[in-house]
Design a protein around this ligand. Structure first.
Ligand code: SF4
Ligand code: SF4
Length: 344
């Protein structure tokens, strides 16, 4: 009787210009199947033949699929859909010792936006302000908090860490401008401390594309197929109250001191960059990593073109090679345009 090998529902193929990947987003596995892609019909099944038994048994052992007496209808294959209940899900907010906004009022607006993630950036550190913010978040619907702080002297760091570690919403604390790069992970408390030499609050340090940041999970893949995986749902509030999509963009939306939640949401709705998917970005649309990769719509190879490839990516999907993006002569003009001086 005729037999067929069929991929499991959580496995799918991503075709790039040169390389083709088989991805299992449930078990987070990726396999290069460039040499075997032509076997597949409709990218999910093929008939079993004697000379294919070895590769079929490898696919099965690795958990990518199974052999069956018939293949499923294409209509029954899993489809990627991504939806979000709120237009703003992720807020990045800057603080100094003195902010140009009413902290209590702003955190109330963040609450009204129903954001579930907040990154709190201290450009200058104030222990009393940190305590005030934590008390404002106590009954909040925000589930995950990241805190960025300038590196302080050791005894001060410890006092801050002791306070933050007690708050179960705080998952990660970054100390920027530190003497070394290192991380301390507490898996039991789900609490991570990261020391970083770079100044993470400098907008020019954002937008790096690296395999280290790739995410092979259904949430990221579906989001990448539907909207912009970096900008959709994001809101930046500067210490001056300026509202922007992200800290690095030039375009401003409004000022938190003058805006209502309704006006803000209608302005957010009009920003085209939030909806650009990886399948629409030049070069990325031919890259096998396009659904795992992050995106950057601010620093682009062609600053005039909103669909241009992220500037800080060194991968060429047409030859399948990574190189140092900052040394690429074709990027010189854009590097000058954005005035990047230091790539350490
Ligand atoms: S669009 Fe670019 S600069 Fe803005 S947050 Fe995303 S990666 Fe960073
Ligand atoms: S070309 Fe670079 S930025 Fe684009 S999807 Fe591939 S790795 Fe990501």
């Amino acid at each position: 009787m005729k037999q067929y090998f069929e991929l499991y529902q959580d496995c799918f193929i991503i075709k790039g210009a040169k390389n083709i990947l088989l991805c299992d987003f449930h078990f987070n596995k990726i396999l290069d199947i460039t040499d075997y892609y032509n076997l597949f019909i409709d990218e999910y099944y093929f008939p079993v033949e004697d000379h294919l038994l070895e590769i079929i048994s490898f696919f099965e052992e690795e958990g990518f699929g199974t052999t069956k007496s018939n293949y499923s209808s294409k209509m029954l294959r899993k489809q990627f859909k991504w939806r979000s209940a709120s237009k703003i899900n992720e807020v990045i907010i800057e603080h100094r010792i003195e902010d140009n906004f009413d902290v209590k009022k702003v955190y109330k607006i963040i609450e009204d936006l129903s954001a579930s993630f907040i990154q709190i950036r201290f450009l200058e550190f104030s222990f009393s302000k940190l305590k005030e913010i934590l008390s404002l978040l106590e009954l909040s619907s925000i589930r995950t908090v990241e805190v960025l702080l300038p590196y302080l002297e050791l005894s001060h760091n410890k006092k801050v860490i002791d306070l933050l570690a007690k708050n179960s919403r705080i998952m990660t604390v970054y100390f920027y401008n530190a003497h070394e790069n290192k991380s301390i992970i507490d898996n039991e408390q789900l609490f991570t401390i990261i020391y970083y030499e770079k100044n993470l609050t400098n907008p020019k340090n954002c937008g790096i594309i690296s395999e280290d940041y790739f995410l092979n999970d259904i949430k990221n893949i579906s989001k990448s197929k539907t909207v912009n995986n970096c900008l959709y749902g994001k809101l930046f509030i500067s210490n001056d109250g300026i509202l922007k999509n992200c800290p690095s963009t030039q375009k401003t939306l409004d000022n938190i001191n003058n805006v209502s939640v309704e006006t803000l949401l209608s302005k957010v709705h009009k920003e085209k960059e939030r909806l650009i998917t990886k399948d629409q970005v030049e070069i990325c649309k031919d890259c096998e990593y396009r659904y795992f990769c992050t995106d950057c719509r601010v620093y682009r190879e062609d600053p005039e073109n909103i669909f241009s490839k992220p500037l800080k990516c060194g991968y060429d999907p047409y030859i399948g090679i990574w190189e140092d993006w900052s040394k690429n002569p074709l990027k010189k003009k854009a590097i000058k345009y954005y005035d990047f001086k230091d790539f350490n």
